[in-house]
Ligand binder design. Structure first.
Ligand SMILES: [Zn+2]
Length: 284
């Protein structure tokens, strides 16, 4: 996730939905087309299980609060069905960047909020805000690119690496494990959950997520050029009233657009293969 805010007003009846993709299978092994190097070694200082448990707890609390406020889209909401469909085309391709993701209990929800925002928390907990769909008038291809970007943050464990790099967290976890047992670890998990809400990713994390998201989208049969038009729209929105939350953590400069344009040809073949495969992608 990049920056999250609780939704305020919503017309929806409270209800919670989730997407189980237990049947999702890993795509055939193949080298990635975009070049992002190996994952951060720093992340090894914090157990993935701790981060994912904290994320699950934080996400559940957020969705419960959204439900109370009537801001959680019901399962039959057309926009929720749309984003779950796009997610179902991306998630199987995300597994090539992280084996653990095969065991994640993926969830995809739509939150009623004017905020331009979207996130995928560790462990595959996705939320899309209606503000990003409505204000940017996202096409399905652009939606796939922003969702791919957020999924990339999760599968590359950027949050885990960020938290590990913050002074003392690693030591606190091992001390908790050694001295205080599980109860104390529960407190540590809650502390991590709070950190998950305020994390800022590095410029390198953002570049990785752009490129991996682009490839994930292409593998899902979404038009690669949509990565460029998505960030052009983000750039235009950055001066708007609802811009700051997401866009302050995702500045759209010429570098970002140029890098995406340079990488579009690298995933063209994957996109064409995906288009030729069946079933064809559905667009709304
Ligand atoms: Zn990001």
């Amino acid at each position: 996730m990049c920056q999250m805010c609780y939704p305020k007003n919503s017309p929806w009846m409270p209800r919670r939905g989730f997407l189980a993709l237990a049947g999702a299978t890993a795509a055939a092994p193949a080298l990635a087309q975009v070049d992002v190097g190996g994952p951060s070694r720093a992340r090894g200082l914090v157990p993935a299980e701790e981060i994912e448990a904290a994320s699950q707890q934080q996400y559940s609390e957020m969705m419960a609060k959204a439900r109370q406020q009537g801001a959680l889209a019901p399962d039959n909401h057309p926009q929720l069905q749309r984003i779950r469909y796009v997610a179902s085309r991306l998630i199987p391709h995300s597994l090539r960047w992280n084996d653990r993701a095969k065991g994640w209990r993926w969830e995809v929800n739509l939150l009623g909020s004017k905020q331009i925002n979207a996130f995928c928390m560790p462990g595959g907990k996705i939320a899309i805000y209606t503000g990003i769909l409505d204000q940017l008038q996202l096409t399905d291809d652009e939606l796939a690119m922003v969702m791919g970007h957020e999924i990339a943050h999760a599968v590359r464990e950027h949050a885990r690496a960020r938290i590990a790099k913050q002074a003392g967290t690693g030591a606190l976890l091992s001390m908790g494990a050694a001295l205080f047992g599980l109860g104390q670890l529960g407190d540590v998990a809650a502390n991590i959950g709070t950190q998950l809400l305020t994390l800022r990713f590095s410029r390198e994390d953002e570049i990785e997520s752009d490129l991996i998201g682009l490839e994930m989208g292409a593998r899902g049969a979404y038009v690669p050029e949509a990565s460029v038009s998505l960030w052009e729209k983000m750039g235009k929105a950055s001066g708007g009233e609802q811009g700051p939350a997401f866009l302050s953590t995702h500045p759209t400069g010429p570098d970002r657009l140029a890098r995406l344009r340079d990488n579009v040809p690298k995933v063209r073949g994957l996109y064409q293969q995906a288009v030729a495969a069946s079933p064809p992608v559905k667009r709304q």
